[in-house]
Design a binder for this molecule. Structure first.
Ligand SMILES: C[S@@+](CC[C@H](N)C(=O)[O-])C[C@H]1O[C@@H](n2cnc3c(N)ncnc32)[C@H](O)[C@@H]1O
Length: 287
């Protein structure tokens, strides 16, 4: 399975080692969904594809006292980092599960909120995966998720791969048409139809535009962006000289996003996707 290999052998270690810095890029895309989730004290939450756990810990604070949050991710290095952060911050009611969410067996009707920042578009079989998440929700339970909009609206995203590729080793294969990838949900009709098929109601998909301003020089930001994507693994294994050349090439491509003070501002275009399990299971048919 491509995602398992990708997030364990290619990108996972980079994300785990740079968790705080990467969060400065990723936080913007989840803030709106986090607000709309309105997680309350005592609620039970599932954080799907939780990565290094920043959203899981934020949700844990929101549901305290008395609530519980399970962060699920198939990346061993990222779950390890999430557990390390949890041990340091000691937020109550948190559990991290290293598992493929498409294979996990969640207790039916046990969850108030399914939250997912930038993961649902990566599911191998999103219709089946969303069906399983709908069954995990209590009747009336809510799903809040984010996904990238079109690549043209996120023009900085491919630059790290394009700039770094000539200087580092072979990249993992990029998604083929029809395979899961960062832009699978770029057309909002795709997640809408999948959610409908999976038995969700009150589906709402809103465009969210944020400006991401990672700290550091353009070369620092280039290093972060390289490590966020498919060039991350090969970059880690490259010689210092090749890494420097990769960073410089990506920093040059980022030029259009650098202001007079040398600060990088990246336009980030995402969807916030919300939906609900119907109030009564009797209205859901046999899905
Ligand atoms: C783009 S990252 C986002 C991570 C985190 N939610 C964040 O915003 O920082 C996607 C995450 O989804 C996880 N993932 C992809 N497919 C998965 C699956 N089938 N089951 C569990 N996790 C999955 C990856 O391991 C990765 O951590």
């Amino acid at each position: 399975m491509r995602q398992l290999e990708y997030w364990n052998e290619h990108a996972g270690e980079s994300w785990a080692e740079n968790a705080d810095a990467l969060e400065s890029i990723n936080a913007a895309s989840g803030a709106d969904a986090m607000r709309r989730a309105r997680a309350r004290p005592g609620e039970v939450v599932l954080d799907v594809g939780c990565g290094t756990g920043a959203t899981t810990l934020a949700l844990g604070r929101a549901v305290a006292p008395g609530g519980r949050v399970t962060g699920v991710d198939l990346s061993a290095p990222m779950i390890r980092e999430a557990r390390r952060a949890q041990a340091e911050l000691d937020v109550p009611g948190i559990e991290f599960l290293e598992a493929d969410v498409e294979l996990a067996r969640f207790e039916p009707a046990s969850v108030d909120v399914v939250f997912s920042r930038m993961c649902l578009m990566l599911l191998d079989n999103p219709a089946a995966g969303l069906g399983a998440l709908r069954r995990a929700l209590r009747p009336g339970g809510r799903l809040l998720a984010t996904a990238f909009r079109d690549i043209a609206e996120n023009p900085w995203l491919p630059l790290a791969v394009i700039g770094a590729a000539p200087f580092i080793g072979a990249l993992p294969p990029l998604p083929l048409p029809g395979e899961p990838g960062p832009f699978t949900f770029a057309d909002p009709d795709v997640p809408r139809a999948l959610l409908q098929t999976a038995g969700f109601v009150d589906i709402e998909i809103v465009a969210v535009d944020t400006a991401v301003t990672p700290s550091g020089s353009p070369e620092d930001v280039a290093a972060l962006l390289i490590q966020l994507g498919p060039a991350g693994g090969p970059y880690r294994r490259a010689t210092p000289d090749r890494r420097a050349r990769a960073r410089q090439a990506v920093a040059a491509l980022l030029g259009r996003f650098v202001d007079d003070a040398g600060r990088v501002t990246l336009p980030n275009a995402t969807w916030t996707i919300s939906a609900r399990r119907p109030d009564s299971c009797q209205h859901e048919g046999t899905r």
